[in-house]
Write a protein that binds this ligand. Structure first.
Ligand code: RIB
Length: 286
Protein backbone atom coordinates (compact mmCIF):
# COMPACT_ATOMS: atom_id res chain seq x y z
CA UNK A 1 0.00 0.00 0.00
CA UNK A 2 1.42 3.40 -0.96
CA UNK A 3 -0.27 6.45 0.61
CA UNK A 4 0.21 9.89 -0.92
CA UNK A 5 -1.19 12.43 1.51
CA UNK A 6 -1.01 14.60 4.58
CA UNK A 7 0.90 14.26 7.79
CA UNK A 8 -0.40 16.46 10.62
CA UNK A 9 -0.08 16.85 14.34
CA UNK A 10 -3.55 16.95 15.88
CA UNK A 11 -4.32 19.25 18.81
CA UNK A 12 -7.39 17.62 20.29
CA UNK A 13 -9.69 19.44 22.74
CA UNK A 14 -12.57 17.59 24.35
CA UNK A 15 -15.48 19.52 25.79
CA UNK A 16 -19.11 18.89 26.81
CA UNK A 17 -20.24 21.73 24.58
CA UNK A 18 -18.92 23.25 21.36
CA UNK A 19 -18.29 27.00 21.74
CA UNK A 20 -20.50 29.25 19.63
CA UNK A 21 -18.92 32.19 17.76
CA UNK A 22 -17.74 34.72 20.31
CA UNK A 23 -18.15 32.32 23.24
CA UNK A 24 -15.54 30.86 25.65
CA UNK A 25 -16.19 27.49 27.27
CA UNK A 26 -14.18 25.41 29.74
CA UNK A 27 -13.25 22.05 28.20
CA UNK A 28 -12.19 18.67 29.63
CA UNK A 29 -8.95 17.35 28.09
CA UNK A 30 -6.20 18.30 25.66
CA UNK A 31 -3.89 15.94 23.72
CA UNK A 32 -1.21 16.37 21.05
CA UNK A 33 -1.31 13.30 18.82
CA UNK A 34 -0.32 12.20 15.30
CA UNK A 35 -2.88 12.76 12.54
CA UNK A 36 -3.43 13.83 8.95
CA UNK A 37 -5.74 11.87 6.67
CA UNK A 38 -2.81 10.38 4.72
CA UNK A 39 -0.82 9.32 7.77
CA UNK A 40 -3.97 8.00 9.48
CA UNK A 41 -4.81 5.81 6.48
CA UNK A 42 -1.22 4.56 6.32
CA UNK A 43 -1.33 3.63 10.01
CA UNK A 44 -4.66 1.85 9.58
CA UNK A 45 -3.30 -0.23 6.69
CA UNK A 46 0.00 -1.01 8.44
CA UNK A 47 -1.66 -2.03 11.73
CA UNK A 48 -3.75 -4.43 9.68
CA UNK A 49 -0.68 -6.12 8.25
CA UNK A 50 -0.12 -4.37 4.91
CA UNK A 51 3.41 -3.39 3.84
CA UNK A 52 2.89 0.37 3.78
CA UNK A 53 4.85 3.33 2.38
CA UNK A 54 4.05 7.00 3.05
CA UNK A 55 4.66 9.82 0.58
CA UNK A 56 4.23 13.41 1.78
CA UNK A 57 5.96 16.44 3.27
CA UNK A 58 6.68 17.67 6.80
CA UNK A 59 8.49 20.75 8.06
CA UNK A 60 12.00 20.73 9.47
CA UNK A 61 10.64 21.02 13.03
CA UNK A 62 9.81 18.99 16.13
CA UNK A 63 6.29 18.20 14.84
CA UNK A 64 7.82 16.77 11.67
CA UNK A 65 10.26 14.67 13.65
CA UNK A 66 7.45 13.48 15.96
CA UNK A 67 5.30 12.53 12.95
CA UNK A 68 8.02 10.60 11.13
CA UNK A 69 8.99 8.72 14.31
CA UNK A 70 5.37 7.79 14.86
CA UNK A 71 5.03 6.39 11.32
CA UNK A 72 8.27 4.43 11.73
CA UNK A 73 7.04 3.03 15.05
CA UNK A 74 4.01 1.80 13.14
CA UNK A 75 6.30 -0.05 10.74
CA UNK A 76 5.64 2.33 7.84
CA UNK A 77 8.38 3.07 5.32
CA UNK A 78 9.04 6.85 5.42
CA UNK A 79 11.60 7.19 2.64
CA UNK A 80 8.99 8.98 0.50
CA UNK A 81 8.60 11.78 3.06
CA UNK A 82 10.37 15.04 2.17
CA UNK A 83 11.46 17.43 4.91
CA UNK A 84 10.84 21.04 3.88
CA UNK A 85 12.79 23.97 5.33
CA UNK A 86 11.09 27.16 6.54
CA UNK A 87 7.53 25.76 6.43
CA UNK A 88 5.88 24.20 9.49
CA UNK A 89 4.53 20.66 9.62
CA UNK A 90 0.76 20.56 9.12
CA UNK A 91 -1.40 20.86 12.23
CA UNK A 92 -5.07 20.30 12.96
CA UNK A 93 -7.20 21.84 15.67
CA UNK A 94 -9.84 19.27 16.58
CA UNK A 95 -12.76 19.89 18.92
CA UNK A 96 -14.51 16.75 20.13
CA UNK A 97 -17.84 17.76 21.65
CA UNK A 98 -21.51 16.78 21.57
CA UNK A 99 -20.72 13.39 19.96
CA UNK A 100 -18.96 14.81 16.92
CA UNK A 101 -15.79 16.59 15.88
CA UNK A 102 -14.94 19.80 14.07
CA UNK A 103 -11.53 20.27 12.52
CA UNK A 104 -9.44 23.18 11.25
CA UNK A 105 -6.36 22.09 9.28
CA UNK A 106 -3.36 24.34 8.67
CA UNK A 107 -1.67 22.57 5.76
CA UNK A 108 1.89 23.94 6.14
CA UNK A 109 4.40 21.57 4.51
CA UNK A 110 1.63 19.29 3.20
CA UNK A 111 1.00 21.80 0.41
CA UNK A 112 4.65 21.62 -0.69
CA UNK A 113 4.16 18.18 -2.22
CA UNK A 114 4.47 18.56 -5.99
CA UNK A 115 4.67 16.59 -9.22
CA UNK A 116 8.46 16.70 -9.10
CA UNK A 117 8.46 14.75 -5.84
CA UNK A 118 5.99 12.30 -7.38
CA UNK A 119 8.28 11.83 -10.42
CA UNK A 120 11.23 11.10 -8.11
CA UNK A 121 9.14 8.38 -6.41
CA UNK A 122 7.58 6.97 -9.57
CA UNK A 123 9.10 3.48 -9.14
CA UNK A 124 7.72 3.20 -5.60
CA UNK A 125 4.26 4.35 -6.71
CA UNK A 126 4.15 1.99 -9.66
CA UNK A 127 5.28 -0.95 -7.53
CA UNK A 128 2.17 -0.59 -5.33
CA UNK A 129 -0.76 -2.98 -5.32
CA UNK A 130 -2.89 0.00 -4.38
CA UNK A 131 -2.29 3.74 -4.00
CA UNK A 132 -4.35 5.70 -1.48
CA UNK A 133 -5.06 9.41 -1.89
CA UNK A 134 -7.16 12.02 -0.12
CA UNK A 135 -7.84 15.68 -0.95
CA UNK A 136 -5.78 17.51 1.68
CA UNK A 137 -2.86 17.97 -0.75
CA UNK A 138 -2.94 20.08 -3.97
CA UNK A 139 -5.54 18.76 -6.43
CA UNK A 140 -2.98 19.03 -9.24
CA UNK A 141 -0.84 16.39 -7.48
CA UNK A 142 -3.83 14.12 -6.81
CA UNK A 143 -4.79 14.26 -10.50
CA UNK A 144 -1.19 13.64 -11.57
CA UNK A 145 -0.83 10.53 -9.37
CA UNK A 146 -4.20 9.12 -10.38
CA UNK A 147 -3.41 9.57 -14.07
CA UNK A 148 0.03 7.99 -13.63
CA UNK A 149 -1.52 4.99 -11.89
CA UNK A 150 -4.27 4.65 -14.48
CA UNK A 151 -1.72 4.62 -17.33
CA UNK A 152 0.25 1.88 -15.55
CA UNK A 153 -2.68 -0.24 -14.33
CA UNK A 154 -2.09 0.45 -10.64
CA UNK A 155 -5.25 0.49 -8.50
CA UNK A 156 -6.14 3.76 -6.80
CA UNK A 157 -8.39 4.28 -3.82
CA UNK A 158 -9.42 7.94 -3.71
CA UNK A 159 -10.93 9.18 -0.46
CA UNK A 160 -12.45 12.52 -1.55
CA UNK A 161 -12.07 14.25 1.81
CA UNK A 162 -12.43 17.10 2.50
CA UNK A 163 -15.26 17.25 -0.05
CA UNK A 164 -14.90 19.38 -3.18
CA UNK A 165 -16.16 19.10 -6.75
CA UNK A 166 -14.09 16.58 -8.73
CA UNK A 167 -13.02 16.57 -12.37
CA UNK A 168 -14.84 13.91 -14.37
CA UNK A 169 -11.47 12.39 -15.40
CA UNK A 170 -10.49 11.90 -11.75
CA UNK A 171 -13.70 9.98 -11.12
CA UNK A 172 -13.14 7.89 -14.24
CA UNK A 173 -9.48 7.16 -13.52
CA UNK A 174 -9.79 6.15 -9.85
CA UNK A 175 -10.47 2.46 -9.16
CA UNK A 176 -12.39 3.07 -5.91
CA UNK A 177 -13.87 6.29 -4.50
CA UNK A 178 -15.01 6.44 -0.87
CA UNK A 179 -17.00 9.61 -0.08
CA UNK A 180 -19.19 10.04 2.97
CA UNK A 181 -22.73 11.32 2.36
CA UNK A 182 -21.71 14.95 2.65
CA UNK A 183 -18.80 14.53 0.21
CA UNK A 184 -21.03 12.60 -2.18
CA UNK A 185 -23.33 15.64 -2.42
CA UNK A 186 -20.38 17.94 -3.05
CA UNK A 187 -19.22 15.71 -5.92
CA UNK A 188 -22.52 14.74 -7.53
CA UNK A 189 -25.01 17.37 -6.29
CA UNK A 190 -28.38 16.56 -4.77
CA UNK A 191 -29.03 13.39 -6.80
CA UNK A 192 -30.42 10.28 -5.11
CA UNK A 193 -27.58 8.22 -3.57
CA UNK A 194 -28.73 4.89 -5.08
CA UNK A 195 -28.99 6.43 -8.55
CA UNK A 196 -25.42 7.73 -8.33
CA UNK A 197 -24.16 4.38 -7.02
CA UNK A 198 -25.69 2.61 -10.00
CA UNK A 199 -23.59 4.79 -12.33
CA UNK A 200 -20.37 3.53 -10.74
CA UNK A 201 -20.56 -0.21 -10.02
CA UNK A 202 -17.78 -1.63 -7.84
CA UNK A 203 -16.17 1.81 -7.71
CA UNK A 204 -18.21 4.16 -5.58
CA UNK A 205 -18.39 3.14 -1.92
CA UNK A 206 -20.41 5.53 0.25
CA UNK A 207 -19.76 5.62 3.99
CA UNK A 208 -22.70 6.71 6.14
CA UNK A 209 -21.36 6.69 9.72
CA UNK A 210 -23.59 4.75 12.08
CA UNK A 211 -25.79 3.72 9.11
CA UNK A 212 -22.94 1.69 7.56
CA UNK A 213 -21.71 1.55 3.97
CA UNK A 214 -23.36 1.17 0.54
CA UNK A 215 -22.09 0.24 -2.92
CA UNK A 216 -23.51 -1.20 -6.14
CA UNK A 217 -22.07 -4.54 -7.25
CA UNK A 218 -23.45 -4.36 -10.79
CA UNK A 219 -26.66 -6.23 -9.88
CA UNK A 220 -27.83 -4.81 -6.59
CA UNK A 221 -27.05 -2.23 -3.94
CA UNK A 222 -25.19 -3.91 -1.10
CA UNK A 223 -25.57 -2.40 2.38
CA UNK A 224 -23.14 -3.25 5.17
CA UNK A 225 -24.41 -2.15 8.59
CA UNK A 226 -22.09 -0.60 11.19
CA UNK A 227 -21.45 -2.39 14.46
CA UNK A 228 -23.15 -0.97 17.55
CA UNK A 229 -20.42 0.49 19.76
CA UNK A 230 -19.93 3.08 22.50
CA UNK A 231 -18.65 6.13 20.56
CA UNK A 232 -15.87 8.21 22.16
CA UNK A 233 -14.46 10.03 19.10
CA UNK A 234 -15.36 9.64 15.43
CA UNK A 235 -12.15 11.35 14.21
CA UNK A 236 -10.34 9.01 11.83
CA UNK A 237 -13.25 6.62 11.32
CA UNK A 238 -13.23 7.33 7.58
CA UNK A 239 -9.44 7.02 7.51
CA UNK A 240 -9.55 3.66 9.25
CA UNK A 241 -12.19 2.51 6.78
CA UNK A 242 -9.98 3.45 3.80
CA UNK A 243 -6.76 2.01 5.24
CA UNK A 244 -8.50 -1.22 6.22
CA UNK A 245 -10.25 -1.47 2.85
CA UNK A 246 -6.88 -1.14 1.08
CA UNK A 247 -5.19 -3.67 3.40
CA UNK A 248 -7.96 -6.15 2.76
CA UNK A 249 -8.09 -5.62 -1.02
CA UNK A 250 -4.33 -6.16 -1.39
CA UNK A 251 -4.70 -9.43 0.49
CA UNK A 252 -6.93 -10.45 -2.42
CA UNK A 253 -10.30 -10.17 -0.66
CA UNK A 254 -13.45 -9.39 -2.68
CA UNK A 255 -14.90 -5.87 -2.43
CA UNK A 256 -17.71 -7.25 -0.32
CA UNK A 257 -15.38 -8.95 2.17
CA UNK A 258 -13.06 -5.94 2.23
CA UNK A 259 -15.95 -3.57 3.02
CA UNK A 260 -17.15 -5.85 5.82
CA UNK A 261 -13.67 -5.92 7.29
CA UNK A 262 -13.21 -2.14 6.94
CA UNK A 263 -16.56 -1.35 8.55
CA UNK A 264 -15.60 -3.46 11.57
CA UNK A 265 -12.20 -1.78 11.83
CA UNK A 266 -13.81 1.67 11.68
CA UNK A 267 -16.35 0.68 14.35
CA UNK A 268 -13.49 -0.24 16.69
CA UNK A 269 -11.62 3.02 16.06
CA UNK A 270 -14.44 5.26 17.27
CA UNK A 271 -14.36 3.70 20.75
CA UNK A 272 -11.09 5.57 21.57
CA UNK A 273 -10.05 9.23 21.52
CA UNK A 274 -7.82 10.31 18.61
CA UNK A 275 -7.62 9.32 14.97
CA UNK A 276 -4.92 6.65 15.29
CA UNK A 277 -5.08 5.47 18.92
CA UNK A 278 -8.10 3.24 18.46
CA UNK A 279 -7.13 1.69 15.11
CA UNK A 280 -7.18 -2.09 15.50
CA UNK A 281 -4.37 -4.51 14.73
CA UNK A 282 -5.02 -7.65 12.71
CA UNK A 283 -4.93 -9.60 15.97
CA UNK A 284 -7.59 -7.39 17.56
CA UNK A 285 -9.73 -7.79 14.45
CA UNK A 286 -9.50 -11.57 14.71
O1 RIB B 1 -9.56 12.54 9.16
C1 RIB B 1 -9.08 13.04 10.37
C2 RIB B 1 -7.86 13.88 10.13
O2 RIB B 1 -8.23 15.04 9.41
C3 RIB B 1 -7.19 14.40 11.38
O3 RIB B 1 -6.23 13.54 11.89
C4 RIB B 1 -6.66 15.76 10.96
O4 RIB B 1 -5.27 15.86 11.00
C5 RIB B 1 -7.23 16.02 9.57
O5 RIB B 1 -6.31 15.82 8.58
Amino acid sequence: VVVVGTINVDMVFTSDVRPKAGETVLGNTFSIIPGGKGANQAVAAAKLGAETHMIGCVGNDSNGEFSIKNLQNMNINTQGIKIIDNVPTGVANIVVAENDNSIIVISGANYKINNELIDSLKDLILSADIVLLQLEIPMEVVEYVVELCKKNNVDVLLNPAPGVELNKSLIENATYITPNEHELKMIFGQLDTDEILKEYPNKLIVTMGSKGVKYFNGNEIIKTPSNKVEVVDTTGAGDTFCGALAASLVRGESIDAAINFAVKAASITVTKLGAQSGMPTLKQME
